[in-house]
Ligand binder design. Structure first.
Ligand code: ADP
Ligand code: ADP
Length: 239
């Protein structure tokens, strides 16, 4: 069974804009897939439909054999925990420590108030520290998130995503706000940890060179439709 099977996915926004149309693909466990396409192609809409931040208009998204469209409550929270998000703007809580940000991934955002009260379990704190060491930020553990550079903040984003123990990571333009050196560090970390932990990744990128370098498979989106699905070698220049 595929990790995820998407069929006939369509999104029409309230104002009539067609975000996605007739999207079909499957994701196998542990696959690292880059989603490429120009600005406005529908890449963000796709990732947001997958974890239901955006409500799809039509179609089916089976995740681990279970339909996610229509899921609510506990089932939706479980789906969102098993699909971690990484954002272009990092989306860290800037005024709290790096460690607390990673603990939010471990416990879910709803439990974040516990952090203010020092109520995190020792085992969760130990796991968050281990993840920060893994992304090379042990020195920054107690700094406020907004004291870090962009590349460091995105590595906190990766640690927070890993803390959810996901099956799939949805990364929406994770390097679009970073300089070339930080972009390489972030992409190689993301790629390495997904591969070490057997996590699949769908990574939106507008840089085709980065997609070719890190992904084993590329999905091309244009005007809401899938126009390419293959290996980096199969991707020709006109894409
Ligand atoms: P990408 O991530 O590839 O840049 P998006 O998924 O953000 O593309 O956008 C796809 C299309 O949907 C664009 O035409 C965009 O303007 C439109 N769109 C995105 N969000 C909304 C929204 N909330 N309401 C209406 N149209 C939207
Ligand atoms: P990005 O490409 O980084 O996602 P955008 O400027 O496309 O940034 O979108 C910023 C926000 O505006 C998103 O929440 C998106 O869903 C929304 N948005 C984008 N296009 C439209 C649109 N045509 N109408 C309404 N909301 C939109």
């Amino acid at each position: 069974m595929a990790l995820m099977k998407v069929e006939g996915l369509r999104k029409v926004y309230a104002d009539g804009t067609v975000g996605l149309e007739g999207i079909d693909f499957t994701v196998e466990a542990g696959e690292f897939i880059a989603v490429i396409g120009p600005s406005g192609a529908g890449k963000s809409t796709l990732l947001r439909c997958l974890n239901r931040m955006v409500e799809p208009t039509e179609g089916s998204i089976a995740f681990q054999g279970d339909e996610t469209i229509g899921a609510k409550g506990r089932k939706l929270r479980r789906i969102r925990r098993e699909m971690s998000m990484i954002f272009q703007g990092f989306n860290l809580v800037e005024r709290v420590s790096v460690l607390t940000n990673v603990l939010h991934g471990r416990l879910g955002y709803m439990s974040s108030w516990k952090g203010a009260l020092g109520l995190f379990a020792k085992s969760d704190i130990a796991e968050a520290r281990r993840l920060l060491a893994r992304v090379g930020l042990q020195e920054q553990t107690h700094k406020r998130a907004d004291e870090l550079s962009g590349g460091q903040q995105q590595r906190v984003g990766i640690a927070r995503a890993l803390a959810q123990q996901p099956k799939l990571i949805l990364a929406d333009e994770p390097i679009a706000s970073l300089d070339p050196a930080a972009s390489e560090t972030v992409m190689s970390s993301l790629h390495r940890f997904c591969s070490e932990d057997g996590i699949a990744c769908l990574c939106n990128l507008h840089q085709v060179d980065m997609a070719k370098k890190y992904a084993s498979r590329i999905i091309g989106i244009h005007k809401g439709r899938k126009v390419f699905d293959g290996t980096p070698e199969e991707l020709t220049d006109e894409m």
